[in-house]
Every structure is written in structure tokens, then in C-alpha cells.
Write a protein that binds this ligand. Structure first.
Ligand SMILES: [Cu+2]
Length: 147
């Protein structure tokens, strides 16, 4: 009897979820790309640099160590080479940072830099700030991400 009830419940659940499936999936499809939507190109706070990033993981998944590539140009669009760049990721709403300490590990030339050690341990709002110093000028840029 118990088995029968469970089976009925299972069948009912399958039927219900089957019915709810399509609209549920549609809603999910609407939400996910928007959740991953982000500005990947920004002017730095002081307007000295134009910065864009690409993530090796796209979409970015939680808890997975991955690399970013950062592209830095001056305000006229000329690639900035030989910059010193630091990385800081945090969840402003939670008051904590990343579990890793990402670093720029290679200047690939042409204003392109490799960032290693990116890992986001939870979904939500993240900000990733790059502080860039080149030719005696220091400026920061912060990318906002919803993961
Ligand atoms: Cu958090």
C-alpha cells in the first residue's frame, strides 16, 4: 500500500513537473543569460584606460578555478604594455572576497595580460577590480558580475 502511494506520488510528480517543465524552462532561459549579463569593457574610474576582459569560462561557473584575459588600452585605444596590475574580487553585499588571490601572471604583449587564479565560490553579485599602473599613471576599473 505504501509502495502504491509512493508510486502514485511519483507519477503525479512526473506529470506535474512534465506540465510545468516547458514554462519553467523558458523562465530559466530568460533568467540565466540575464544573470550572466555583464559589461566586459569599461573605462577606468579616472578615464585613463579602456579595459576589457574575457573569461576562459563562459559562462562563469561557481567554484571552478579559471583564467581571465585582460586587455588594456589608453583612452585613445593604444595598447598599454608593461603595466603593473593587481586584482581584487569581492561580494559587496556579503563583505567577503574570493577564496583565491588572483594575479596577473603574464604580459602577453599588445596590451593583453593573463590573469590566473580566478575562482568564485558562490553565486550572487561580484565586483572584480583591477588596479592598473602604467607610465606613472594609476587607475582602477571595476567589473560587476552576477553569477
Ligand atoms: Cu558571498
Amino acid at each position: 500500500m505504501l509502495f502504491f502511494v509512493l508510486r502514485c506520488a511519483l507519477v503525479l510528480w512526473l506529470l506535474l513537473s512534465g506540465c510545468a517543465g516547458p514554462s519553467g524552462e523558458d523562465a530559466k532561459e530568460d533568467v540565466l543569460p540575464a544573470a550572466q549579463e555583464r559589461l566586459t569593457e569599461l573605462a577606468s574610474d579616472g578615464g585613463h584606460f579602456q579595459v576589457s576582459f574575457t573569461s576562459e569560462l563562459d559562462p562563469i561557473t561557481i567554484n571552478q578555478l579559471h583564467r581571465w584575459t585582460l586587455q588594456v588600452a589608453d583612452k585613445d585605444g593604444t595598447p598599454v604594455e608593461g603595466a603593473t596590475i593587481t586584482v581584487k574580487g569581492e561580494m559587496p553585499e556579503h563583505g567577503h572576497g574570493m577564496p583565491t588571490q588572483p594575479q596577473v601572471t603574464a604580459d602577453l604583449g599588445g596590451g593583453i595580460y593573463q590573469v590566473e587564479g580566478m575562482r568564485f565560490q558562490m553565486g550572487g553579485g561580484w565586483s572584480v577590480t583591477f588596479t592598473i599602473e602604467a607610465d606613472g599613471v594609476q587607475d582602477s576599473v571595476t567589473f560587476q558580475l552576477k553569477l
